[in-house]
Design a binder for this molecule. Structure first.
Ligand code: IVH
Length: 665
């Protein structure tokens, strides 16, 4: 067998096993055998770049190519469906169809999957494009990301039409969603509210290896094209299943209105056992000829309708509203409820978000309120049963005007929904929150210290801010509750060791508003020391890559406060790293200062991320797309033809990997 033959064979085998595993749920080989085949193919493809193929199974692993999506016009607009929540409207739809057609018809009943919609184009059995819904007329080309989804076939088998589109829903299964949020919680990253947001957020990721890791799934429910294999929608999809697509096994043809309602009623409860989120039922006239006769309104087809399930909700009493103060001083109102059972858990508290929401609900203490979970993790209050109010209506809920912890009058910043306690330096939960952030793993990473210990030290007056930690001794703490000599020594050692934490993490640890890890890194690379940052004006700060006005303003305000300057001064005295170390500095040059560089193609000597890092270390800026401002393109093998053309048109220099390395050496 020639290498080419072996490559073709491996690709066909891997496509087949992939389908058996992900779509049919019936693997023929073990995971190990699958991995071995994949590795063999990867090796062969590396040895023979001349046989590269965009739809090879190896393309499923994703790349870290950073790009902005291109917009593509939909050949057939992506319409939405008319929505109804009531059974009587379902009856009306059915009757309308019957009158208009005046002949027998079938209704295809389907689940309404709650994810993000996608349109896939196949040419000669190969996936050529995947586009999001966008505004219905045009959407984002997310082909590279979609290729990482295992249930979407890259190549088809069987008697597929030469050109067609197929549409469906990309979903994040409940299990992946919960795993993802658990990981994000551990990394102190914001959580996704529901699987739909997680799926669409993931699909828009600039980094397809992130998409590959997130385990998305897809169901296809709509075939479009000039030559379709059957006259029925249901039959077309059964055909599509034979070509390799994942089609819902829960589609059903109904011949009477009663059968439609049976389907609805069955799935209203049974959907809770599905691995993915659904939010209703879609009813479609099955015959394509009849669909054509019925036609479209301006926004949606007359031959289909969506019946949405009532979100699960419970009615319970609002006992009181309490307020939490976060590390940044943001105030969160919390509804304290009479405990009530809702989708399998007991709900006692619900978020009320902000003052506007409370006002909009016209909440009174003692009100009977509706609580919903509907895919969200934190239950929310969606309404008040005003009929349940007796003659004695409770007190109207008025948002507090002073901080519940320190009594300071609250403020509301322009354009923000939240109220804040501005007493940053003396409000207990803010102080404790700041110290907790300071010691956290991604900041100073102080071993042995956790929120409870911080709380105890604070209550006992041992610490009032992060700098006080560095004055603690073993003797100060060894006799405290549940402490002892050994733990005390560990804590003091952990604190001492944090003096070696690099500048960028110390900056992050300060907890300056909007200065997260990435921004802290940028600052540490652009300024040699904290003194430089402290002295920088708004303009200087904004000139740093990725720092906008909001962040710059926050940094300036931070250092304008004498208490913050004093804290930094004391942390400096404690020996923390407030400047880039010699070894950090040695790696930095100005060789690429002021240059905007695009990275494109596949590289031999370093990964794309490493090149990005090199550009930044040498004072350059890595940008995603080519424009007249681009200084040069660092090009590896297989640079995209569109990019090449654009570069040539703008007369931008294309630099090879070796030339680039020579430039820096
Ligand atoms: S058919 C012209 N079928 O619901 C009809 N849509 O508002 C095209 N959806 O954007 C859609 N499950 O994202 C269809 N079985 C299903 C569906 C479904 C979910 C979504 C889809 C669409 C929206 C309609």
């Amino acid at each position: 067998m020639t290498p080419k033959e072996r490559i073709d064979w491996l690709r066909a085998e891997l496509h087949r096993h992939n389908y058996n595993y992900y779509v049919m749920n019936a693997p023929e080989i073990t995971d190990k055998e699958f991995d071995d085949l994949m590795r063999e193919l990867q090796d062969l493809e590396k040895e023979h770049p001349e046989y590269a193929d965009e739809n090879s199974p190896t393309m499923r692993v994703g790349s870290d190519l950073n790009k902005n999506f291109t917009q593509v016009a939909h050949k057939y607009p992506m319409l939405s469906l008319g929505n109804t929540y009531s059974e009587s409207e379902v009856t009306e739809f059915y009757e309308r169809v019957r009158k208009a057609l005046n002949e027998d018809f079938e209704i295809c009943c389907e689940l309404k999957y709650d994810g993000t919609s996608i349109s896939l184009t196949y040419e000669d059995g190969k996936l050529v494009r995947a586009v999001t819904r966008g505004d219905g007329e045009k959407g984002d080309d997310v082909t590279d990301n979609v290729k990482t989804i295992r249930t979407i076939p890259l190549v088809l088998h069987g008697d597929y039409p030469s050109v067609f589109e197929i549409r469906g829903e990309i979903l994040m299964p409940w299990k992946s969603f919960e795993d993802l949020n658990r990981e994000r919680e551990a990394r102190e990253e914001p959580l996704f509210a529901n699987p739909r947001n997680a799926a669409s957020g993931t699909l828009k990721s600039q980094n397809s290896s992130v998409v590959a890791a997130r385990k998305l799934d897809a169901y296809l429910y709509y075939l479009l094209g000039e030559e379709l294999p059957a006259d029925g929608h249901y039959e077309c999809l059964q055909k599509a299943a034979q070509w390799g697509f994942k089609i819902s096994e829960h589609m059903k043809k109904a011949h009477t209105l009663q059968e439609v309602f049976d389907y609805i009623n069955y799935w209203d409860t049974e959907r809770k056992n599905l691995p993915v989120a659904t939010d209703g039922i879609v009813l479609k006239v099955n015959s394509l000829r009849q669909q054509k006769n019925l036609g479209y309104t301006a926004k949606s087809p007359r031959w289909a309708i969506a019946y949405k399930f009532q979100a699960e909700r419970a009615l319970t009493r609002l006992n009181k509203v309490t307020y939490q103060v976060g590390r940044t001083g943001a105030i969160t109102p919390v509804a304290n409820l009479e405990p009530v059972q809702l989708s399998g858990t007991v709900v006692r508290r619900a978020s009320l978000h902000n003052a506007d929401i409370i006002e909009g609900l016209d909440l009174h203490i003692g009100d009977m309120v509706y609580v919903e979970k509907g895919g969200e993790i934190i239950p929310k209050i969606t309404g008040v049963d005003t009929d349940a109010r007796g003659i004695l209506i409770g007190e109207k809920v008025k948002f507090i005007t002073r901080c519940p912890e320190c009594g300071t009058p609250l403020v509301r910043y322009e354009g923000e929904a939240a109220h804040y306690c501005p007493n940053e330096t003396a409000c207990p939960p803010q102080i404790k929150g700041k110290i907790e952030h300071f010691i956290s793993r991604r900041a100073m990473n102080i071993d042995g210290l956790g929120p409870e210990t911080v709380d105890m030290f604070y209550r006992l007056g041992l610490i009032k801010d992060a700098a006080d930690l560095y004055r603690l001794t073993v003797d100060d703490i060894k006799d405290l509750d549940r402490m002892g000599q050994k733990s005390a020594e560990n804590i003091i050692e952990g604190i001492a060791a944090s003096r070696d934490v690099p500048f960028e993490r110390v900056l992050f640890a300060l907890g300056i508003r909007f200065v997260g890890e990435t921004v802290a890194k940028k600052i540490a690379r652009s300024f040699k020391s904290i003194d430089e940052v402290e002295q920088a004006d708004l303009e200087t700060l904004i000139s740093v890559d990725e720092i906008g006005e909001k962040i710059a303003q926050s940094i300036v305000s931070y250092f304008a406060n004498p208490l913050n300057r004093n804290l930094v001064e004391r942390l400096k005295e404690a020996g923390l790293r407030f400047s880039r170390s010699e070894e950090d500095l040695s790696g930095y040059t100005d060789k690429l200062a002021g240059q905007s560089i695009v990275i494109s193609g596949v590289f031999e000597h370093h990964s794309r991320d490493e090149y990005k890092e090199m550009i930044e270390r040498n004072g350059g800026k890595n940008v995603g797309s080519i424009s007249a401002k681009t200084s040069f393109i660092l090009a590896g093998a297989n640079m995209g033809p569109a990019k090449l053309e654009k570069a040539q048109k703008l007369g931008i220099r294309i630099m090879s990997e070796n030339e680039f390395l020579a430039l820096l050496s």
